[in-house]
Design a protein around this ligand. Structure first.
Ligand code: ADP
Ligand code: MG
Length: 700
């Protein structure tokens, strides 16, 4: 049950002064609550975007046009709109000893203005001053007060993000009402930490941010904002830790052996593992041996060698007499894994089979039968793996590639095909550490940070489209020297049709130069046709592959050494990095040409610069985060992972790891959040809507 202390904060916004049902709708939109009623707490967590600073008191001569100025002036004369032009503005002329100021009002009421600005008296007027027709003007000053009322003039006013139909003054007024309802809440943060970091309480922080005394009071870096950000991050980490604990409490089964089968696989490798591959395998083996369930994320750039790590994990459970399923999001990727795995598995004596949408009839039913009997150790496939009639004799490990394309429920569906199935998730989209902790905090994380030995750096260049001829000539030379070239066509619009048209047109043009050696793949092609085109390219029958962005993540053609990306300025950083990762997979020297249409915007220029500077997917992911904000990096805006209200990962990233440690520590001492601090933390979980975690607590 929600603590009753929180009731005023969970009251609907209509309980605030000036908020009726009509405005409430606008607030819902403003606060991202389109589906449900907005609560007082939602408004309180709507922090100012900045301030209006009225502290400057220049003489009129010194007013800087375009800025907010607060001036003391004498009212000289009123000039109402002339009777023949009733729509002309009402003007009030004022001055100080250094100059003149015209106050301009549209649709003004004469009585009102005569009271507000009596001729001959002095008034303090605050607003944005502009030069217009050679005179200093202020159109609709924000504030007008007499000298006696000076203390009523807020010197620093918060400015809030707004939505159409809601005015700043309305939001400020509602906010005042919300602050008045804010109860004294028990402190949920560690008192010693608060003292050390000089942090205000939750309520003090909200007051400081909504009633700033200086503009610096509303910067995300300051103590008040950071306190709230830490609250939010801690709530998230606590919720994840509770979920993780819940998962762990489901009994697992230890799978371990001598490691003999693993050694056979390693012996079959034509190369040695990179240190981070070794480390990842070690972590996985330790996890697998434990009686709890493993939920681990293996992150590594394209080509960093995740498949081999997955195979070694599989070998561990297979040696214990159990089975592994490796699921990829597409047919091509499943076959790619198979290609890497088969020769190694053969040498090690691991029995492998494949199951995708393409296996049908007798072939499929035989595979299913062998799988059920336990005559298959490792099955590689696609979604086809979680059809109902797929039964394992004893599934121990599920490896899921490319996490983002599978939902959590699909992951769980696969896990249900066995008892206490351990889970290894592979992702080629490096996620900044902070984000990984934030969104995948329920998983342990392994990273493959270095590229396998022998890879050469990719020579990356940005070239304006106006030099297309040179690029075509360079591609011609590369093909003549027996290289293979990808040519990725622009993402013109959201519509696949127009993308396709652009790709087809470019293909026709390039065919003029390269004839039969050029080929085209795109998303509208049927699976087998696509595979055939890829296979011809992989085999060297074609040399230039024009593609829309469908070139599959993970497709491995080591002989491909040139990547041309047309209209690179339209792609996101992560996507460009992924595309570039198609080349540089063999030992040959590779080139990536980023064709752009000039002039480049600032962000696009920054993206291309980063790509030229580095191939480190983790660094690129961090930069991407900086350039775009956290939601887009994961595409989470669409997939509904809740974003943050208060925390800004570009500013507060450093707080994520401490919040995670804190959450672990809290739960290790007080797993049911029953102690006084635990009780206080329950308030926090409710405030940031992590009540699903509280339900887990009770479910036990
Ligand atoms: P990922 O799935 O991470 O994109 P893969 O597992 O497909 O990468 O590996 C890419 C290529 O690198 C494969 O051909 C694989 O055999 C090879 N590879 C993997 N690990 C190493 C290593 N340690 N040294 C050399 N080559 C490796
Ligand atoms: Mg792969």
């Amino acid at each position: 049950m929600r603590p009753s202390l929180l009731d005023p904060l969970f009251a609907p916004l209509t309980s605030l002064p000036g908020v009726g049902p009509k405005l409430e709708k606008l607030y819902r939109h403003l606060l991202g609550r389109d589906e449900g009623p907005a609560r007082v707490a939602d408004l309180l967590l709507h922090l100012p975007a900045g301030t209006i600073d009225r502290r400057a008191r220049p003489k009129l001569r010194d007013v800087v046009p375009g800025t907010v100025a607060t001036v003391l002036v004498t009212v000289d004369r009123h000039r109402p709109a002339p009777p023949n032009r009733p729509r002309a503005p009402y003007q009030v002329y004022a001055s100080d000893e250094t100059g003149d100021l015209t106050l301009t009002f549209f649709h003004a009421k004469r009585d009102y203005l005569e009271k507000l600005l009596p001729v001959g008296e002095r008034r303090i007027v605050s607003g944005t001053a502009e030069f217009y027709d050679g005179t200093l003007q202020m159109v609709h000053p924000d504030r007008v007060v007499s000298e006696a009322d000076l203390d009523k003039l807020p010197l620093v006013e918060p400015v809030y993000p707004l939505t159409e139909g809601l005015s700043l003054n309305q939001v400020r007024r509602a906010m005042d009402g919300a602050l008045a309802k804010l109860p004294m809440l028990p402190e949920w943060q560690d008192e010693a930490w608060l003292r050390r970091s000089d942090s205000p309480s939750f309520a003090e922080a909200l007051h400081a941010l909504h009633r700033p005394e200086t503009p610096a009071d509303v910067t995300p870096e300051n103590a008040a904002w950071s306190r709230l950000a830490y609250d939010e991050l801690l709530a998230g980490q606590l919720a994840l830790a509770l979920v993780r604990e819940h998962q762990r409490r489901q009994p697992g089964r230890g799978s371990s052996g001598e490691g003999a089968l693993r050694e056979k696989v390693v012996a079959a490798l034509p190369y040695s593992l990179t240190p981070s591959q070794e480390r990842a395998v070690f972590d996985i083996v330790v996890d697998l041996a434990r009686p709890e369930r493993m939920v681990r994320l293996l992150q590594g750039d394209v080509g960093s060698g995740k498949t081999v790590v997955a195979l070694l994990a599989a070998a561990t459970v297979i040696e214990a007499g159990r089975q592994t399923a490796l699921m990829a999001p597409t047919e091509i990727l499943a076959r790619q894994h198979l290609k890497t795995i088969l020769p190694l598995a053969e040498k090690a004596g691991i029995r492998v089979a494949v199951l995708t949408g393409r296996e049908r009839g007798k072939e499929r039913s035989e595979t299913l039968e062998r799988l059920g009997r336990g005559d298959i150790d490792l099955i590689v496939g696609t979604h086809a793996l979680f059809q109902d009639d797929v039964e394992f004799r004893d599934l121990a490990l599920a490896v899921v590639d490319e996490q983002h394309r599978f939902g959590v429920h699909q992951r769980l569906a696969l896990a249900r095909k066995g008892q206490a199935v351990d889970m290894l998730v592979l992702t080629a989209t490096p996620i900044p550490r902070t984000l990984a902790l934030t969104f995948f905090g329920d998983m342990e994380i392994s990273e493959l940070r270095e590229k396998p030995a022998g890879r050469q750096p990719i020579d990356t260049r940005a070239i304006p489209l106006s030099r297309l001829d040179e690029v075509v000539a360079a591609v011609g030379r590369a093909i003549a020297e027996d290289h293979r070239v990808y040519w990725v066509c622009p993402l013109v619009e959201e519509s696949e049709k127009t993308d396709l048209a652009a790709a087809e047109q470019r293909f026709e043009e390039l065919k003029q130069h390269f004839g039969e050696r050029a080929d085209l793949v795109h998303g509208k092609m049927k699976g087998p046709d696509k595979d055939r085109a890829m296979a011809r390219f992989a085999a060297g029958e074609t040399r230039l592959l024009v593609a829309t962005t469908v070139i599959e993540v993970g497709v491995d053609v080591p002989e491909a050494t040139v990547m041309v990306i047309e209209h690179a300025e339209r792609f996101g950083l992560a996507q460009l990095h992924q595309l570039r990762g198609r080349v540089g997979r063999g030992s040959g020297r590779s080139t990536c040409l980023l064709l752009y249409r000039a002039p480049l915007g600032e962000t696009a220029a920054a993206r291309l610069k980063i790509l030229r500077e580095t191939e480190d997917g983790f660094r690129i992911a961090e930069e991407d985060l900086r350039l775009r904000g956290e939601g887009d990096v994961l595409g989470t805006r669409q997939s509904g992972v809740p974003g943050f209200r208060v925390a800004r990962l570009d500013v507060h990233a450093g707080l994520v790891a401490p919040a995670r440690d804190d959450a672990k520590l809290i739960l290790s001492r007080d797993p049911d959040l029953a102690a006084p601090r635990g009780q206080a933390l329950r308030h926090l979980l409710y405030l940031f809507e992590r009540d699903e975690a509280i339900r887990l607590l009770r479910a036990g």
